[in-house]
Design a protein around this ligand. Structure first.
Ligand code: NCD
Ligand code: ZN
Ligand code: ZN
Length: 435
């Protein structure tokens, strides 16, 4: 019998009330909470001053295996996830080949299990080859060992309303969900890379209008209402976008939404130097949009913070801004960024942080073993965080095989201390344990 004793952490109930005590984990489950009777040989973690949260769940991670193992593998991405406090990550389907068959999904599941640091949950493509035309094997992927429940053509919007309608009808049978990269390609062309407005004019970069996002969210809300299915908005980035989500929820439409740490925290002023590390899809937005995203996070319109961790090789990033690859790293920094921005100043409480980084995403993805409130008998998928610690982000210390972090050199308040998957420590003090 293996036991892990966490001494003295604080944890929070859904209503925001806190408790402090000891927590004993035995054989992968939470055995005792509060005052515990620990075996003499239990491994101990001194958690005095730390906050114990359900392990984080990332609804939106790009691992690059298969196809671009030079930029990330399932193993290296798992290390980055564990260091970031994650116990489950959903691996996006835009690999090469695309995850559009049961076999491809099972292979990702198996590679994740072999790495053993985080539950790697494959996302299935909505359409074959992400081409937007013909539905992928949604049912076969769901009935496979991978039990795929989340489908996305992320990076590409399912632009054809008829295809989106059929996908939504299909996944309803097994309570699946389509995670949409909401962007009308006829409004944001292939060259678009900068929020459209005064900024894109001044910088001379092809513009990406907010309406390209909001119009697709509105269409999908109506399709979700019509089909009775669940639709999820990936990386919402605009004020108009969250307004539509808020309206859809009020109407009873089964729509959920995620936001990334970078869309919350990084301003468009960063684009002035044309540094491609700040090029991301969708683009960084002006302050009034970021303020609307924060409001939507605090009022419950947004259900999850998701990283959109998107590793890229140096030679794909180091180009003129318009030609560089879209995307930035996010797994290792997500907690610290959100804590530094919203928890440290008291705007976001710990219960809400747990909702956004764990409970909400676990519910959307249908992961029963993650995002559970701390209680005896529950699975020991947990993270200890240190609200008083500061971290200075160093891209060269990243577990990722890529270096494209926009946070390099920044000092943030709040650090992940220890990550625990099924009662076993997977990362401690910024280092993954051997896998
Ligand atoms: N988010 C990004 O900027 N990039 C993503 C794909 C995408 O969502 O466009 C990637 O796979 O690199
Ligand atoms: Zn996307
Ligand atoms: Zn993405």
């Amino acid at each position: 019998m293996s036991s892990l004793l966490l001494t003295g952490p604080t944890w929070y109930a859904v209503d925001g009330t806190s408790e402090r005590g000891d927590v004993l984990l035995t054989d992968g489950v939470v055995a005792q909470v509060g005052t515990v009777d620990a075996p003499k040989n239990a491994e101990r973690v001194d958690a005095d001053g730390l906050v114990l949260l359900p392990g984080f769940v990332d609804l939106h991670t790009h691992l690059r295996e298969p196809g671009r193992e030079d930029t990330e593998t399932i193993e290296s991405g798992s290390r980055a996830a564990a260091v970031g406090g994650f116990t489950a990550v959903l691996a996006m389907a835009n690999t090469s080949p695309v995850t559009d068959t049961a076999e491809a999904a099972e292979r990702i599941l198996d590679l994740g299990r072999a790495a053993g640091l985080v539950d790697v949950v494959p996302v299935g493509a909505v359409t074959k080859g992400l081409e937007g035309a013909e539905l992928a094997e949604l049912g076969l992927m769901h009935r496979s060992r991978a039990a795929v429940r989340v489908f996305s053509d992320d990076g590409r919007c399912v632009a054809d309303a008829r295809v989106m309608r059929r996908a939504l009808e299909y996944v309803r049978a097994f309570d699946g969900v389509v995670s949409q990269h909401s962007q009308d390609p006829s409004l944001a062309g292939p060259q678009a890379c900068c929020h459209e407005g005064e900024l894109s004019g001044r910088l001379g970069l092809p513009g990406w209008p907010a309406v390209a996002e909001a119009s697709v969210i509105a269409r999908d809300a109506m399709l979700a209402e019509h089909t009775g299915s669940r639709v999820h908005v990936a990386h919402v980035s605009t004020a108009e976008g969250v307004d539509v989500v808020r309206w859809a929820k009020a109407r009873g439409i089964r729509m959920t939404a995620e936001v990334t740490p970078h869309h919350l925290a990084l301003g468009t002023d960063l684009l002035a130097g044309y540094d491609p590390v700040f090029k991301v899809n969708p683009p960084l937005r002006p302050d009034e949009h970021r303020a609307a995203l924060v409001d939507a996070l605090l009022d419950g319109t947004i259900d999850a913070v998701a990283t959109d961790h998107a590793p890229h090789a140096r030679h794909d990033k180091e180009h003129a801004f318009v030609d560089a690859a879209f995307g930035m790293l996010g797994l290792e920094t997500a907690f610290s960024v959100v804590h530094d921005l919203l928890v440290a100043d008291g705007r976001l409480g710990w219960a809400d942080l747990a909702r956004l980084l764990s409970t909400g995403p676990a519910r959307i993805a249908g992961l029963a073993d993650h995002g559970r409130p701390l209680a005896p008998g529950g699975p020991a998928n947990l993270v200890l965080v240190d609200p008083a610690a500061t971290v200075t982000v160093d891209r060269d210390a990243s577990q990722s095989l890529s270096r494209n972090t926009p946070w390099h050199g920044r000092t943030l308040t709040g650090a992940v201390h220890t990550t625990i998957l099924r009662g076993t420590v997977t990362a401690r003090g910024g280092e993954p344990t051997a896998c």
